[in-house]
Design a binder for this molecule. Structure first.
Ligand code: F6P
Length: 358
């Protein structure tokens, strides 16, 4: 049995834990096993850069953040474009897979990476997907590995801000990762006790945000914490076309590095409050995976090995109602799981007084 494996897209905690799950399970199934790790994601598969992995490569990495194989972004929208030297990337990947006489390729990836995995599967390769991303925005699975570790880091950032915000009586805005989907902000905001949570799925009204801050002041709170997703939009911005919005962002880039800074200025102008911004940024993807992710990654890795054994290719290992299942890559590719503004978690957050800036 010859298996290729790669980690693609933005990294996250528990990539190594997942590869360990795949590797250890496969060694338990096959006596005659060779695993090839492609370096820096699809780039390694395109340019034939890989290393043969040994059994002990999969030991001692359960708690290690990052990825021992390296990763990179290979945008799906550019996958059919030849590279600078005219190389057809899809053909190159197929060629290198066949050259190594692989029986299967395991892809640990998020949305874009699994779209490419599905494409390779349609092109005739045996592919298994594992759901990676701190955003937890993959369709077809209740959970992605990396999510709860990132929630932990983002929550810690909000916790730390809480004490200093209370000391100074300031408004603090904590900007959390997630361009299109606000699940990470929603969970970290709830866990960190944010007063206002602003998500890409629920366009905000700056006046409503300011009203909430004023209400808290009236009720004796000296400070307010806003958790905002990096991709949150105001109501006015939500009305713009994609192109218009991109143009607006480009124009504002020199004044406001990101959405939190713009909102801070708007709140200061309207309320006269002192506002500070904190952006934990890529720390949210770093460090050790939390225990939940270690367990989940191990289960996902074992399922990937099981799918290989059964020859069930073109599938992604996934979580549904706390059971590990397999879903076809073709069903999930290109679809986003987003926060439903009518979901019970949003309603419960509102019940404890959290404003979504509506
Ligand atoms: O997809 C994970 C993610 O961390 C998003 O939350 C974030 O918007 C994006 O990646 C950042 O990408 P990069 O590391 O390429 O700047």
């Amino acid at each position: 049995m010859r298996v290729g494996i790669l980690t693609s897209g933005g990294d996250c905690q528990a990539l190594n834990a997942t590869m360990r799950g795949v590797g250890k399970s496969l060694y338990g199934i096959y006596e005659d096993l060779e695993i090839y790790g492609f370096l820096d994601g699809y780039k390694g598969l395109i340019y034939d850069e890989y290393r043969k992995m040994e059994r002990n490569d999969f030991s001692g990495i359960l708690t290690q953040g990052g990825t021992i194989l390296g990763t990179s972004r290979t945008p799906f929208k550019e996958i059919h474009e030849p590279d600078a030297n005219g190389l057809d990337k899809v053909e190159a990947m197929k060629h290198n897979y066949r050259k190594l006489r692989l029986d299967c390729l395991v892809v640990l990836g998020g949305n874009g990476s699994l779209k490419t995995a599905n494409l390779l599967s349609e092109e005739g390769l045996n592919v298994i997907g594992c759901p990676k991303t701190i955003d937890n925005d993959l369709w077809g699975t209740d959970m992605t590995f990396g999510f709860y570790s990132a929630v932990q880091v983002a929550t810690n950032a909000i916790d730390c801000i809480h004490t200093t915000a209370a000391s100074h009586g300031r408004v603090f805005i904590v900007e959390i990762m997630g361009h299109k989907v606000g699940l990470l902000t929603l969970y970290a905001g709830l866990a960190g006790g944010a007063d206002i949570i602003l998500l890409p799925e629920i366009p905000y009204d700056v006046d409503a945000v300011c009203r909430k801050i004023a209400e808290r002041h009236r009720n004796g709170s000296r400070f307010s914490i806003v958790a905002i997703a990096e991709g949150a939009k105001s109501r006015e911005e939500a009305k713009l076309s994609k192109k218009e919005f991109r143009k607006k962002l480009a124009e504002e880039k020199n004044t406001y590095p990101s959405v939190a800074y713009k909102l801070a200025k708007e709140i200061e102008l309207r309320t006269g409050s002192e506002v500070r911004v904190t952006v934990p940024g890529h720390t949210q993807r770093g460090g050790q995976p939390v225990p939940y992710d270690r367990v989940f990654a191990t289960r996902i890795g074992a399922e990937a090995a099981k799918l290989i054994k059964k020859g069930r290719f073109g599938m992604m290992a996934a979580l549904k109602d706390n059971e590990i299942i397999a879903v076809p890559l073709s069903e999930i590719a290109g679809k986003l799981k987003m926060v439903d503004p009518e979901s019970s978690i949003v309603k419960e957050a509102k019940m404890v007084g959290i404003s979504f800036g509506e």
